[in-house]
Design a protein around this ligand. Structure first.
Ligand code: FES
Ligand code: MG
Length: 577
């Protein structure tokens, strides 16, 4: 692509070039850090936005990788500057990392806008970090590349391949059922996370990194390289080189995130057997680019696109490392053929078609062809009805098929603590048809919509050998989870969605093929119950939580803050210097 910009056009030149008092200040303070005019004159400033922290095991290598990005930036004639942001540690952040996704996105947007930055490399991958980084950078509007952290190595215990999350839930159920003891449980603990990098199942992290590549926001293949692979260092350097050219080419995010690339990202999500969380983040990312993308668009793509990636938890056997050896995401995109619009431009400056032209599938059991999918269609399904007028989500690809059409009596818990009591009681009255309902766990109620939606199987059913049942909530679940879990019920109970009106014993009817979800209570009775319903107090009265409670949107809109969406007020102007 031919250069479109000269040095005088760059944002950073506004800080460094003028012969005036303010620019004197910028230059003298750059010199304070050991820089010289040769470091900035005529050169784009590239921010390396880094989500490394000592409490972010998935991003443990990103401080090192930032050094490789810097090398690439220098090679291409730019000035790299590393800028730390919130780390989004999925495991350690409480009450849930989702509470902080938008805060992180705001931080990224404002960090870019407020500084002399011409281009950005985003370093992240653990669940919420990908959408937060992308949402913020899209709103800031400068050219950027996303460098995925990459997945960790396969887990290993006693010769068994362990998958992040997925095998934790599995072994925990076995421990509670008494089929494994403390020693085996400890062995799993030591073997399930053997290296830095993100969860190596097709959980939220791998899904979101793949979606970023599906949007065209990464260099080809970047989302599938395992974190400890030397190729990840080379990819880091390549991102540093490429972003400098992107600045000269003025390849801004609005040229990459388009309706066509949003559809591509959704196709990729479905073909990977994506995490249910992907739905929320995809909608939020697209809306930041001004693209109206919602649950019905996702469901329509889901109807058409089969799951091709044979990765747990949807697939039975393989993990992200196997996916990489099989050719990774470029090979999967090639298998998708004309399901993707290959005319879109990616961060490479070339079309998607050009970038995947030479991709090869080295193992067609890991990356299945369209003629032999892992799951025929509809990895995710959107349900609606009197229980979820604005939609709910389920992952039929990762549940027992006998629940596809189901009727059963509700067992309702208003809090997680209440639900814990129910599932820990071996004598709690329930049947395999019962529907466990957890409410007040949505964006407002959670708060922050925690991953409580895969309610552990109750002792009362576990002891009889049951390993799946219908569970329903306004919460999310981890992307590594599985089971007949209806999630993201909107509107949530805490703001008075119909879920708030359900009583224990009500019959819940779910029909996934016809996409319906209802409580079999008449409109009149529901109206009566609504009269008696009392709205709970907001969760927070001060601090970030107070802002969150005031501005968070419901799950079907992507849980962004209302004031961050593209059409909220006039665009933010460039800062005065
Ligand atoms: Fe970081 Fe799973 S905990 S990706
Ligand atoms: Mg997760």
């Amino acid at each position: 692509m031919a250069p479109k910009k000269e040095y005088k056009d760059l944002r950073s030149a506004r800080w460094f070039a003028p012969d005036d008092l303010r620019s004197f200040g910028h230059r003298s303070r750059a010199m304070q850090m050991g820089l010289d005019s040769e470091d900035w004159e005529g050169k784009p400033v590239i921010a390396i936005i880094n989500t490394w922290s000592d409490l972010s095991p998935c991003h443990h290598h990103l401080r090192d990788r930032a050094e490789y990005v810097k090398q690439g930036v220098y090679q291409a004639g730019g000035l790299p500057v590393e800028m730390p942001v919130h780390s989004f540690s999925e495991q350690f952040l409480k009450p849930t990392s989702m509470l902080y996704r938008n805060m992180g996105a705001m931080e990224v947007e404002e960090t870019i806008r407020a500084h002399p930055v011409d281009g950005v490399v985003l370093l992240g991958g653990c669940d919420k970090s990908t959408p937060a980084l992308v949402m913020g950078a899209v709103s800031a509007g400068v050219p950027f590349i996303f460098l995925p952290a990459g997945a960790m190595l396969r887990g290993n215990y006693a010769g068994a391949k362990l998958g992040s999350g997925t095998d934790v839930w599995k072994y925990w159920d076995e421990r509670r059922a008494g089929t494994i003891g403390k020693e085996q449980w400890d062995g799993v603990q030591g073997g399930i996370a053997r290296s830095y990098g993100t969860c190596m199942t097709m959980g939220t992290a791998s899904t979101m990194m793949s979606i970023a590549e599906g949007f065209g926001l990464t260099l080809p293949g970047a989302s599938s390289i395992p974190a400890p692979d030397a190729g990840h260092k080379r990819m880091s350097k390549a991102c540093g080189r490429r972003i400098v050219d992107m600045v000269w080419e003025d390849l801004t995010p609005d040229k990459i995130i388009t309706p066509a690339s949003t559809r591509n990202a959704t196709v990729v999500a479905m073909a990977t057997g994506c995490s249910t969380n992907a739905i929320i983040h995809l909608i939020a990312m697209a809306r930041r680019a001004g693209i109206d993308w919602g649950l019905d668009d996702l469901d329509a793509v889901g109807h058409e696109i089969p799951v091709l990636a044979n990765i747990r938890p949807t697939g039975k056997e393989y993990l992200m490392e196997d996916f990489f050896y099989a050719g990774g995401l470029p090979a999967l995109m090639k298998e998708l053929g004309d399901k993707l619009d290959t005319s879109v431009v990616t961060v490479t400056g070339k079309t998607l078609g050009e970038t995947i032209a030479d991709a090869q599938n080295y193992n067609d059991d890991v990356i299945r062809p369209l003629s032999n999918p892992v799951y025929h269609q509809g990895s995710l399904a959107v349900l609606r009805g009197n229980l979820a007028p604005d939609g709910a989500v389920i992952k039929p690809a990762a549940m027992d098929a006998k629940f596809m059409v189901h009727r059963g009596p509700a067992i309702v818990a208003d809090t997680y603590a209440e639900m814990k009591k129910i599932i820990s009681d071996p004598d709690y009255p329930m049947t395999p048809d019962s529907v466990l309902i957890l409410r007040n766990a949505g964006p407002q109620g959670g708060p922050g919509m925690p991953e409580w939606g895969m309610i552990p199987m109750p002792q009362a059913l576990l002891k009889d050998g049951h390993r799946d049942m219908v569970r329903l909530s306004d919460a999310r679940m981890s992307g590594t989870s599985y089971g007949a879990c209806v999630l993201h019920v909107a509107p949530e109970a805490y703001v008075g969605g119909p879920l708030a009106l359900v009583k224990t014993g009500d019959i819940i009817a779910m029909d996934i093929p016809s996409r319906t979800l209802n409580v079999e209570v008449s409109d009149e009775d529901l109206a009566e119950r609504r009269k008696a319903w009392v709205a709970p107090e907001p969760r927070y009265e001060r601090g970030y939580g107070a802002m969150f409670s005031k501005h968070i949107e419901q799950a079907d809109k992507g849980c962004d803050f209302d004031f961050l969406t593209t059409d909220y007020g006039a665009p933010v102007p460039e800062p005065e210097i």
